[in-house]
Design a protein around this ligand. Structure first.
Ligand code: CA
Length: 219
């Protein structure tokens, strides 16, 4: 099991990332300032660091610079505001392994985390998810139902992928919303229901079951 250090001072984002990583089997430590981040990263107890740039006490740039100057090679995925990506990349001087502009969908962060954790296993990574006669090919991002190819939009594909990664499991509306649309999406939105409808139309109505009061399940 991989251990991830999350350095993020905004509680909403820290908890969104923590919950998502834990749900995917990672052990997570969260710290809210740069000095704690540096201390925790120095301990060597973590396989990867998710590092916010705008941290109190010591910012993400200083944390990363200190780590790299001490010879630490721990993979670091940096979180930064979308409008300052260019400045961030310049400021990092190549010390980070990847960048995640905010706001982001959890699946995007997860993909980067997985990639950085296993750089030498990329070839062996699972690229086709199947449940029954339903298959999602993750490389060309194509769906197949009983051997027939089905066109899905990017959102539909992300939603279908979430279902296929948790077959038979009831997924709450809020869970799907934060996974596929991101943490800044209005929780009162009915967009999940709308997209489940689209998926049923394309993949077969009986495939996604409504579990009243709880959410949806792939059967
Ligand atoms: Ca921040």
């Amino acid at each position: 099991m991989s251990r991830i250090l999350v350095a993020e001072d905004e509680p909403r984002i820290a908890s969104f990332v923590e919950k998502g990583l834990k749900a995917n089997g990672f052990t997570v430590t969260v710290v809210g300032d740069g000095l704690s981040a540096l201390d925790a990263a120095r301990s060597g107890d973590h396989d990867l660091v998710v590092l916010d740039i705008g941290l109190p006490v010591l910012d993400g740039f200083a944390v990363l610079r200190a780590l790299r100057s001490e010879g630490s090679a721990v993979p670091v995925v940096v979180l930064t505001a979308r409008d300052s990506v260019t400045d961030t990349v310049a400021g990092l001087e190549g010390g980070a392994d990847d960048y995640m502009p905010k706001p982001f969908r959890f699946e995007e962060l997860l993909a980067r985390v997985r990639l950085r954790l296993a750089p030498d296993r990329q070839g062996g990574e699972l690229t086709v998810l199947t449940v029954g006669d339903l298959a999602l090919d993750l490389r060309p991002r194509r769906a197949h139902v009983g051997g027939r190819t089905v066109d899905l939009s990017a959102r539909e594909f992300a939603l279908a992928e979430t279902f296929l990664r948790h077959p038979g499991q009831v997924l709450a509306r809020e869970q799907l919303l934060s996974h596929v649309w991101g943490y800044d999406f209005d929780p009162g939105s009915n967009v999940v229901d709308v997209y489940v409808r689209y998926l049923r139309k394309k993949l077969g109505a009986a495939r996604i079951e409504t579990v009243r009061g709880m959410g949806y399940r792939l059967v």
